[in-house]
Design a protein around this ligand. Structure first.
Ligand code: COA
Length: 129
């Protein structure tokens, strides 16, 4: 009897898609980790601003794990999921997925946890709700 195994799925909402360009490579010829963090920060910022109905700022990145290298030319997909909402803070899980060159399988390459804070026009914290 054969068992059907479900491949791992991205967690959260597809929030940003872009292409990893040659200008973003590290010394190994793969994509620079800082560029990936930047894309995740932008994607999670979109989600936090939508939830907070206004400006938000990144106050912390709790964790960041680079699971696999990202080759140049990969289509990079950022997924975001709100984990917790506090008075002014919003905790968001961010994941980056690409399709592997060899078999086109969707593969998670990076994951991290971001904390955003809702701020007013003067940069002071404000309540989310
Ligand atoms: C965001 C900012 C306004 C927060 O000001 P602050 O005086 O630290 O605010 P508070 O101490 O009241 O904390 C606000 C919330 O953030 C949370 N928070 C603050 N630092 C945190 C940290 N390191 N980890 C997790 N949560 C944190 C607090 O728990 C609080 O949550 P709550 O309101 O839901 O209970 C201020 O730190 C700031 O301007 N930082 C720079 C932001 C920025 O430029 N980001 C981009 C850099 S890449």
């Amino acid at each position: 009897m054969s068992t059907i195994t479900t491949p791992p799925q991205p967690r959260g909402e597809l929030t940003l898609q872009t292409i990893a360009m040659p200008r973003d490579v590290n010394a190994n010829g793969d994509i620079f980790g800082g560029w990936l963090v930047s894309q995740m920060d932008i994607a999670c910022g979109i989600i936090s601003s939508r939830r907070a109905k206004g400006r938000t700022a990144t106050v912390a990145i709790n964790s960041m794990t680079f699971l696999r290298p990202v080759p140049v030319g990969s289509i990079v997909s950022c997924y975001c999921k709100i984990l917790e909402v506090g008075r002014s803070s919003i905790k968001i899980a961010g994941e980056v997925w690409i399709n592997q060159e060899t078999n086109n399988e969707p593969t998670k390459v990076t994951e991290g946890e971001f904390i955003f804070v809702a701020i007013d026009s003067e940069g002071k914290t404000r309540s989310v709700d």
